[in-house]
Design a protein around this ligand. Sequence first.
Ligand code: IMP
Ligand code: MG
Length: 197
Amino acid sequence: MPDESLTLLLTAGAIQTRVAELGAEISRDYRGKEPVLIGVLKGSLVFMADLARRITVPVSVDFMSITSYGHTDSPSGIVRILKDLDESITDRDVILVEDIIDTGLTLTYLLATLGARRPRSLEVCGLLDKTARRIIDVPIRYTGFDIPDEFVIGYGLDFEGRYRNLREVIGVKDLGALADPDAVSRVLAAGSSGSSA
Ligand code: IMP
Ligand code: MG
């Protein structure tokens, strides 16, 4: 019996197809330029690695690590930088690469912080967009997928540090379902034999 509390939202194939499209779009838009991709650790790790390899203009990558105060349920919008960028972004064309935009609070803070360093341009590429939960309107230039208001894991996104290594994105209606160590593999097995993304 498939477990209703977990659903295969995006197959590995659907993600790869979309990431290739985003890479092609960015390559067209940045022709003649040399953008820097900035990843927000740790969630953007997998998306960043795949996206960077789909971009055909010269790119560099840099990372920052942040921690948010408050919880997913009661986000505060206050962010602390744990690891800053290695390089200056002044006069650079910057693309901020995010795993997911939820309330928009984290992104708003990051855009203000990075914008103050006077990049030549600053755009956002987000794999997943949970528009239903948006608190602050944020400009997102490139979006992979609009997803429902549901907690998701996989393809960089974690629950308690786990599941970042999944090639798929799974929606979790009941976090308790993850207590069963086989629940995720059952959903993936059912998904690969039947429904698509
Ligand atoms: P927000 O847009 O400020 O609410 O926060 C976005 C951050 O919260 C993301 O970068 C993720 O790290 C985390 N996050 C939001 N929704 C989810 C989810 O469904 N699964 C895992 N992490 C999430
Ligand atoms: Mg994150």
